[in-house]
Ligand binder design. Structure first.
Ligand code: HEM
Length: 166
């Protein structure tokens, strides 16, 4: 029996979207703290309390992003997502490409970060750092697109990520 496509995101999908968005923004803004923590530990120094707190939050928030993204992918596969909003073939392609890259980064950023921190894989650390500008670029495109829908097209695309009601 084929599963019918939902007309809205579920409240769980909406909650995960905003929690992960907040966690990713935190990682982008305060991510440098993990470098300070690593430097202090390599030198055998006791890290400053704030550096230690922010560095550990970077690790735990990264793990949370990974777990929540796996749940999100599971929900997308099993429950589905509402159909794409109407638009040109090009805008549809751009939207799908941005979402696919977001999912790739949300999985690869924590995995490479964990490999660099716990397994000392240097190349993983380099890839992890290169993901920051990629995230910033994607978020800028994504937020501009959401604002375009809200204030220029004046459609309900923003509302789809705010309420699970049809
Ligand atoms: C203020 C910031 C943000 C706004 C206003 C926003 C808005 C939205 C909206 C309105 C949608 C639904 C589009 C639709 O119905 O097709 C959406 C989907 C999505 N957003 Fe965001 N978003 C923000 C931040 C983020 C961030 C930081 C990430 C990634 C870390 C992200 C990742 C995604 C993904 C992957 C989807 C697609 C969901 C799916 O169908 O699988 N968003 N966003």
């Amino acid at each position: 029996m084929s599963r019918s496509q939902p007309t809205t995101y579920s409240s769980t999908q909406i909650a995960i979207h905003w929690i992960v968005a907040a966690l990713v923004l935190f990682q982008i803004v305060f991510g440098e703290s993990i470098k300070d923590l690593g430097r202090a530990l390599r030198r055998g120094e006791a890290p400053d309390a704030m550096v230690s707190l922010m560095g550990n939050l970077h690790i735990w928030f990264g793990v949370a992003i990974l777990v929540l993204t796996l749940v999100r992918v599971f929900l997308k596969v099993t429950r589905g997502a509402p159909p794409a909003p109407p638009g040109s073939a090009l805008s549809l392609f751009a939207m799908k490409a941005v979402y696919a890259l977001f999912y790739l980064l949300m999985l690869a950023a924590p995995v490479t970060g964990l490999a660099a921190w716990y397994l000392s894989v240097d190349v993983a650390g380099d890839i992890h750092e290169a993901m920051k500008p990629a995230f910033v670029l994607l978020i800028a495109i994504h937020v501009l697109a959401a604002l375009w829908h809200r204030f220029v097209l004046k459609d309900d695309v923003m509302g789809r990520m705010l309420s699970s009601r049809p």
